[in-house]
Design a protein around this ligand. Structure first.
Ligand code: SF4
Length: 360
């Protein structure tokens, strides 16, 4: 049968050729597996590795993570993006530590109840930590299965997900689900890659439907095209004496919990050269009160690509004559900026050679 052939060839490839090393491979500690899986949601392995090492070094157990202050955890997470993951990490660590006596859930359904854990992550933790027979199904797995079995049902539809999840379950090696799941994920990452799969040396090639029908580039099928939304910010880096004004973003939006300068979102990309006119707006005049400012510099446009959007920002560096009005922003000493967690876009600005000596 085709499913059996698929499984056997995959496991054989894994035993002979898969040398992909990752620090969490073979680990049975559910805390470390969960940590690695949360980090790897939306993050490439190469980028996630250093963060995993940093977290395990700083918080060797889930109780250590639960006991740490939020700001320290967010600072370690800085640069990884999708900060709701970090929030979920903190929530779960405290839940397990305080309400479950430090015992990580050990059934698929209990793991699935944790915040930020979907069916893929639950299957990964259940199989890697406890050897439970649950097949992981992520984008990698959907791609490999669609191609090998020649399935053209769109993978982003309920119908496609049901069909491929059932197939993934039939392919699973129930004797050793951990090895099988890891092998399939690795195979998708190094052989049956999204672009340029290495069909020429693929051990599944002789029975691969996509290869035989010359449909490798056409599978998997997606029904929707992602529409990218752009956002535009003007940031005012306002200096007063030796401090800079910042605030923590609290709204449910991009960069929640991270710090930012005085920011103003624009409805559309505007004439960036006309930034002085933007500073005349009520949003900034109210903060300024009776004070005035001198412009020290204006940055070029900085960009950060997120999955569904691009964020663009320009930074205006000012020297204030008086402190700002109100408590929306707090003035922190320049030397403290490096201990705050900023979005990557703002860090790019702060770390630019022209600003770093003065600000960071
Ligand atoms: Fe993927 Fe190509 Fe192998 Fe088919 S032959 S499984 S498309 S790498």
């Amino acid at each position: 049968m085709q499913t059996r052939y698929f499984r056997d060839v995959l496991l054989d490839w894994n035993a002979r050729e898969n040398t992909r090393q990752m620090p969490w491979k073979g680990v049975k500690d559910p805390y470390k597996i969960w940590l690695s899986e949360i980090i790897l949601q939306q993050t490439r392995v190469e980028q996630g590795l250093a963060y995993y090492e940093r977290f395990v070094g700083a918080f060797p157990t889930i109780s250590d993570l639960a006991a740490a202050p939020d700001d320290r955890i967010f600072k370690l997470w800085e640069g990884l993006g999708y900060y709701s993951r970090c929030k979920n990490l903190i929530h779960t660590a405290r839940l397990v530590s305080e309400e479950k006596m430090g015992q990580f859930p050990d059934t698929y359904n209990d793991i699935l109840e944790l915040k930020g854990v979907g069916s893929y992550t639950a299957a990964a933790i259940a199989s890697f930590a406890y050897g439970l027979p649950h097949a992981v199904v992520d984008g990698n797995v959907l791609r490999v299965l669609s191609r090998f079995f020649g399935i053209a049902t769109p993978i982003d539809t309920t119908e496609g997900k049901t069909e491929l999840t059932g197939l993934a379950d039939r392919c699973l090696d129930r004797g050793d689900p951990a090895t099988y799941n890891q092998a399939l994920m690795d195979f998708g990452a190094v052989v049956c890659k999204p672009a340029s799969p290495v069909c020429g040396s693929c051990p599944l090639q002789s029975r691969c439907a996509a290869f035989r029908q010359d449909k490798v580039a056409l599978l998997p099928v997606k029904s929707k095209r992602m529409v990218r939304k752009d956002r535009f910010f003007l940031y005012v880096v306002a200096e007063y004496q030796d401090g800079i004004y910042v605030r923590q973003r609290t709204a449910k939006d991009i960069w929640q919990h991270l710090f930012e300068f005085i920011g103003h979102e624009l409805p559309a990309e505007t004439d960036w050269e006309d930034y002085t006119a933007l500073l005349e707006g009520a949003w900034f005049r109210e903060l300024l009160g009776k004070g005035s400012y001198t412009i020290l510099g204006a940055s070029p446009v900085y960009r950060q690509l997120l999955t569904h959007r691009q964020v663009k920002a320009r930074f205006i560096h000012l020297k204030l004559t008086r402190p700002l009005v109100g408590e929306a922003f707090k003035c922190v000493q320049k030397g403290e900026l490096s201990s705050l967690a900023f979005p990557r876009l703002l860090n790019d600005y702060l770390r630019a050679p022209v600003h770093a000596p003065q600000l960071f």
